[in-house]
Ligand binder design. Structure first.
Ligand code: ZN
Length: 288
């Protein structure tokens, strides 16, 4: 297992962690000030300053992209909705390619309508079928372009509205069905926030292996979580055995960035950006 205690060369910042710090250009400048070598930006943040300008800033600062967030959200109530999702995923693949991201992260979607507060169906098995079909269609295009797709299983509390793939096992079953040759074109993003509780986690990480482990996201689970989406903890402040999980992914062959992804409207988004980044760096060394 790599020693992170002496430097932060393997730290990546998911730019959602700095949503309190303004636009993406300011976020990138802040990361550069702290000698951060990699980021993972969100599409809305990129769109707000423009794709070309983002690409120029990334080049100027010599940044790597540990991922690009995000594609997915495949299920819809009708064919037109499903096609719109596929078109949007194609655009996300193109953007990820232009920015030279390591992978496009997929948050696959749940029950149509649920994200805006009114689920139009209760058919979760049907949603999962649509997800599989949506990934299959997107994978055909992503293979042509050469952009790996990383399915991110989300904690089951998001099964209705954000992702009906909720365990690493489920995600890997989809990978095995659609990419049995383990080509590297399809894999998973392991986010400790979503999977830390899973009794099968160690075994499923081993099953994933190097070919399927495309991204590793860290933050912490606060035992008294106040908000199910925007109260993620800083590494070391919660109950996740982060270093143990990192040891598992590295034993399986993962050698990429540890990407800090903290949605925290209640705490970290309110703090000065330099304090957030200094804390991320310190905790990357001591708690990851
Ligand atoms: Zn994540």
């Amino acid at each position: 297992m790599r020693d992170f205690s002496a430097d932060h060369r393997w730290l990546s910042i998911n730019t959602a962690t700095l949503r309190g710090a303004g636009k993406l250009d300011a976020i990138i400048e802040a990361c550069a000030r702290h000698d951060i070598r990699a980021i993972s930006p969100w599409r809305d943040q990129v769109a707000a300053i423009g794709l070309e300008r983002t690409a120029a800033l990334v080049r100027e600062h010599g940044l790597a992209l540990s991922g690009y967030c995000r594609g997915g959200m495949f299920p819809a109530v009708d064919a037109a909705g499903r096609q719109a999702a596929l078109d949007d995923n194609r655009r996300a693949v193109d953007e990820a390619k232009l920015l030279d991201a390591a992978c496009l992260v997929l948050v696959v979607g749940g029950l149509p309508g649920a994200l805006v507060g009114a689920a139009l169906t209760r058919d979760i098995a049907g949603a999962r079928e649509q997800v599989r079909d949506g990934i299959a269609a997107t994978l055909d295009y992503a293979r042509e372009v050469g952009m790996p797709l990383a399915i991110e299983p989300l904690h089951p509390m998001y099964a209705a509205d954000r992702a009906c793939i909720n365990t690493l096992e489920q995600a890997l079953d989809v990978c095995d069905a659609l990419d049995p040759q383990r080509s590297g074109a399809l894999g998973v993003a392991v986010d400790v926030y979503h999977v830390w509780w899973d009794p099968k986690l160690e075994a499923q990480i081993a099953r994933a292996g190097k070919a399927r482990l495309l991204a590793f996201h860290v933050c912490d689970w606060l035992a008294k979580t106040r908000d199910l989406l925007e109260d993620r903890g800083m590494m070391g402040d919660g109950v996740i055995e982060i270093a143990k999980i990192r040891a598992w992914v590295e034993a399986a062959g993962f050698a990429g960035y540890s990407e800090v992804e903290i949605f925290s409207s209640l705490d970290w988004w309110k703090r000065p950006v330099d304090e957030v980044l200094a804390t991320c760096i310190a905790r990357h060394r001591s708690a990851v």
